[in-house]
Write a protein that binds this ligand. Structure first.
Ligand code: PLP
Length: 416
């Protein structure tokens, strides 16, 4: 078989890949940076940085509004980025791709718009889980103002897996939506998302998937998942901050009223009445993050050079190595031991506050996250104020994990 250019994938080599990320060459506190906070945000390859710089240096203009070259060229690049996203997640149409600020805004958009559409009545229920990020809790609590949507919460096992029997028993005639995280940012659990969607669909309930942590780790196909909505953030897949995506099925997005009003989302405006533009512009009021969308397109191009399975397999190798090495440390306990796990490892060490762990290892240039990770309910579930979390990407190495272990041993000695 003859490969087309797109089919020929670059061989994954971690040392080569590291050269693509200039920040990984910098020092912090006199040591080489060891960046292990990829669940919070990922670093940017030079190709993404160049796309942003190039746009602002040569191509900057507002989109959709000008009949001159630069405006049309900027519009073309912005819409081209939408096409890249469409291909990336295998949506049916580019008009199902709404550019937003990130996962948080995507979920707020759905919650607010569905409420306005009177899709929900007071007392209707949205099923979420115990492992949701605050971005998939708070929007549902505030969408209806004083009228409440009730949240029903799927419990989790001690290992950090969803209790699917409990999920099924939560569904009733008041259930209007299931809104669920694909991969937990604090436990690393990969949820059986297709099964969750199928169960909801068998009762004709739509499903929103918070894909913020899934999209950086493996190929997501929204048609295969039959997702009704899929939300993710550009900055977690090596793209810029301030840009993200809400994917929605056309029939749902068509039915939903605009989230914000203003320029670019209208067809006609009088003081009495406004008519709205078609999808996706109905949901993109005002000047969008043009450079951000172009940068996200560049991040997708960057990822598309590789076979995503190679990156995923390498991350799994790192996960297994890091898990084994962390467990060598006396008194260290991993929080979240699901069978299906991404390369996110939360842990606690007996008698040492996670903040102390994070602060001390930072003196050696090692960056991990400590705190509740915007998932306070899961901390309550485990009766913990906080955890330390190392989250790994395909540019991390085993030797960086070794440095983390040396750092943690140093912390242990200081507290002995
Ligand atoms: N959902 C999950 C699972 C996350 O991990 C995050 C961020 O950490 C979010 C939602 C919110 O993403 P953003 O802050 O980019 O909107």
């Amino acid at each position: 078989m003859i490969n087309t250019i797109q089919d020929v994938k670059k061989k994954f080599d971690v040392e080569d890949v590291r050269k693509d990320f200039p920040i990984l060459q910098r020092a912090v506190n006199g040591s080489e940076l060891v960046y292990l906070d990829n669940a919070a945000t990922t670093q940017k390859p030079q190709a993404v940085i160049d796309a942003l710089t190039h746009y602002y240096t040569y191509d900057n203009a507002n989109i959709h509004r000008g009949l001159y070259f630069l405006s049309e060229f900027a519009t073309e690049q912005y819409e081209n980025a939408r096409l890249k996203v469409k291909e990336f997640i295998n949506a049916i149409s580019a008009s199902e791709i709404i550019f937003v600020r990130g996962t948080t805004e995507a979920i707020n958009l759905v919650a607010t718009s569905l409420w306005r559409e009177k899709y929900f009545n007071e007392g209707d229920e949205v099923i979420i889980s115990n492992m949701e990020h605050h971005a998939n809790i708070v929007p549902w609590q505030i969408a209806g103002g004083r009228k409440k949507i009730n949240l029903k919460v799927i419990p989790i096992t001690d290992d950090g897996e969803l209790d699917l029997n409990a999920y099924e028993s939560l569904i009733n005639e008041k259930t209007k939506l299931v809104s669920i995280v694909h991969i937990s940012n604090s436990l690393g659990t990969i949820n059986p998302i297709k099964k969750i969607v199928d169960i909801a669909h068998s009762k004709k309930i739509p499903v929103l998937i918070d894909g913020a942590q899934a999209i950086p780790h493996f190929k997501v196909d929204v048609q295969e998942l039959d997702a009704d909505f899929y939300a993710f953030s550009g900055h977690k897949i090596f793209g810029p901050t301030g840009i993200g995506v809400l994917y929605g099925k056309t029939e749902l997005l068509e039915m939903m009223p605009p989230y914000q009003g203003g320029g670019d989302m209208i067809r006609t405006v009088t003081f009495e009445k406004t008519t709205f533009d078609d999808l996706p512009r109905k949901f993109e009021a005002g000047t969008p993050n043009i450079a951000g969308a172009i940068g996200l397109g560049a991040a997708i191009d960057y990822l598309n050079q590789f076979d995503r399975n190679d990156l995923c397999n390498y991350e799994n190798e790192l996960l297994n190595y890091a898990t084994a090495r962390l467990l060598e440390i006396d008194g260290l306990k991993i929080i979240g031991n699901a069978k299906e796990k991404a390369s996110v490892i939360s842990f606690v060490i007996d008698g040492i506050h996670p903040y102390d762990i994070g602060t001390i290892i930072d003196t050696d240039g090692i960056a991990i996250r400590t705190g509740h990770h915007c998932t306070q309910p899961i901390m309550n579930r485990y009766n913990l104020p906080a955890t330390a979390r190392a989250s790994l990407s395909f540019y991390n190495t085993k030797s960086e994990i070794d440095k983390l272990i040396v750092g943690l041993q140093k912390v242990k000695k200081m507290f002995a």
